[in-house]
Write a protein that binds this ligand. Sequence first.
Ligand code: TRP
Length: 452
Amino acid sequence: MDKTSIHGMWSSRLMFILAATGSAVGLGNIWRFPYMTSDNGGGAFVLVYLGCILLVGLPILMAEILIGRHGRVSPINTLRGLARDSGVSRHWVAIGWIGIVAGILILSFYSVVAGWTLHYTFLYLKQLAGGAAITDPGATFAALLGDPLELTFWHALFMLLTVAVVALGVEKGLERAVRFLMPALFVLLLMLVVYGMTTGFMGQAAAFLFKPDWSVISGGTFLSAMGQAFFTLSLGMCTMMTYGAYLPREGVSIGRVGIAVALTDTSVALLAGLAIFPVVLSFGIDPAGGGPGLIFTSLPLAFESMPFGIVYGLAFFGLLAVAAWTSSISLLEPATAFLVEKYGVASRKRAALGIAGLSWLLGLLSVLSLNLWSEARILDRDIMTFIEFIANDLMLPLGGLLIALFAGWALNRTILREQLSDMPEALFTAWRWLMRVVAPALVLIVLARAVL
Ligand code: TRP
């Protein structure tokens, strides 16, 4: 008999796909992917990233969903139960703890950046009401980063929006938020790609994105690509495991939903690249080394000069804020679910608020590293970049590595086969060896090359 989760269940397969894509598609695709590509020299980075998605990301995505759906509780308790049933060490529970810590760290800076998108949404709203145009996007962006109070305000607002959804729980909160807005974002991106074609720079943009120049690649590039693959698919911190716990068994193929989520996520990232780089090039900006401000300093140039640009700008940053919202709730949900299991269902609101409060406080470090503390360096990085590095590039791949090993070696074949029942035998065997050897080896090599 299949169990159900005390946190509620997705009402359908489609709802799960929407929620999981809502989690995957976010700032990682539209803010981070373009500037990481820009900073890492273009095509070669993209190719390594795509390789990571295919050989490491997608198989681990399936493993997370599978483990979650088998356990039906929050990651820590799921891992505890599974380790006990399989007669393996209870230290595997560490995966769940890494996940909770990584989630709090990621949410801290994620909310700050999502705050930027709220601020820009507001700027375009004001413009629509007759306010001043953004004539010098570089200056507008610098002014925002230079103002700790402004940043803190939007950071707080975004965090409150996140808590509101998570406090309401799966059916009332998460589902409603994702139903319409994800498709709208996709359409808007397509429209921006079409605009990119009219600039005459699409060919050059595509060459930058897809023509690898291997001379600019280093050990650090591989680590960034691997970190980005984990980040963009929401892997390595048990988010997908948590969402998997609410996924019905009947007629839902984990292989298929995994592919759907990974494909959508990757297409959105590539579309974002194809939307942004033509604009960058057509305004004579160097596509390399754009940094975290890339979309905020380039896209407004296009919005000011295209017909109905202000409406586009409003829609773009508004929908990006929503995409970030459906992702941030998935960063908060695993830890919240864990506290709910510990303290009872009535505590969901307090649990969400407590974790988010902690994350908000930590986020102030990122806020300050953009202005008052911008000179501070940890391991050659400013504070925000350092937190991002620890969480995205180290903790997520490490969590993913352990999840792969757990699924590959600790769980018995019967459990795996039961969850992946519709998968053809050959594919199943291939998946299992990816989990046992290939994915862990790739992650290890990448981590070792960068750290040693
Ligand atoms: N994937 C999201 C994005 O691309 C961010 C995110 C949500 C995430 N949940 C996560 C990243 C869990 C890592 C782990 O914006």
